[in-house]
Design a protein around this ligand. Structure first.
Ligand code: ADP
Ligand code: MG
Length: 238
């Protein structure tokens, strides 16, 4: 069970408040997309869920447990970033197994997890290559693979496709949707791309300048936007 609940979550950088009391309830297994223009606080919210950024106020719970003071490694989450951040000198297989080996995970279990991730992402053939011998899409698969091997309860994606060209973006979008179906885990996905939000989300959280403007299923936002901003960003004109 890994619902994610944000209650009155506030974030300040010094005196500058960038998230103004966000309330977001994400169900176990749900695919939720945070969408909004650049600078509205999407990454900051996600980084607070991940534990990479302190919370200035409010509470975040994962699987019913408040995690405000829990280390990132103990939150049951894994994050995929826009930059692939693969180790250039390691093979794909080593890139996938490195984190587990560092944590002292048993060898047989590490091998099982790496094999499973490779199968899910269809990168079995690439295991002995190094990152520079991979295409952009293949690299992004490996980056996602590094999240899968951790077997997290919650996947966090921060604009994972924005470095890819348009065609690959569509292809990877389909892959991520399939991954969600196959793994059945909770996913929180940040993007400024309306199409990605509309096609991937069970529900969309629309953000504007650190405020939650509306939360709803894609078609509900489209048909019944709460205000002009949501309409302009997602919906039909109101
Ligand atoms: P988004 O991901 O939606 O583009 P961010 O969450 O990155 O937005 O940023 C939200 C706001 O917080 C922006 O005004 C940004 O400049 C500010 N911000 C983000 N990180 C920091 C930081 N480490 N120090 C100060 N301000 C920051
Ligand atoms: Mg961002």
């Amino acid at each position: 069970m890994a619902a994610v609940t944000l209650t009155n979550v506030v974030k300040r950088f010094g005196l500058f408040e960038v998230v103004h009391g966000a309330n977001i309830d994400i169900a176990d297994g749900e695919f939720v997309v945070f969408v909004g223009p650049s600078g509205c606080g999407k990454s900051t919210l996600l980084r607070m869920v991940a534990g990479l950024e302190d919370i200035s106020g409010g509470k975040i719970a994962i699987g019913g447990k408040v995690v405000n003071d829990v280390e990132p490694a103990d939150r049951g989450i894994a994050m995929v970033f826009q930059s692939y951040a693969l180790y250039p000198h390691m093979t794909v297989e080593q890139n996938l197994s490195f984190g587990l080996r560092m944590n002292g995970n048993p060898k047989a279990d590490t091998e099982r997890r790496v094999k499973r991730a490779a199968e899910i992402l269809r990168i079995d053939e690439l295991m002995q290559r190094r990152p520079k011998q991979l295409s952009g899409g293949q690299r992004q698969r490996v980056a996602i693979g590094r999240a899968i091997v951790r077997e997290p309860q919650v996947f966090l994606f921060d604009e994972p496709l924005s470095n890819l060209d348009a065609e690959l973006r569509v292809q990877m979008r389909v892959e991520i949707a399939r991954l969600h179906k196959e793994l059945g885990v909770t996913m929180i996905y940040v993007t400024h791309d309306q199409t990605e939000a509309m096609t991937l989300a069970d529900r969309i959280v629309v953000l504007k300048a650190g405020n939650v403007e509306q939360i709803g299923a894609p078609l509900d936002l489209y048909d019944d936007p709460a205000n002009r901003f949501v309409a302009g960003f997602i919906g039909s004109p109101k």
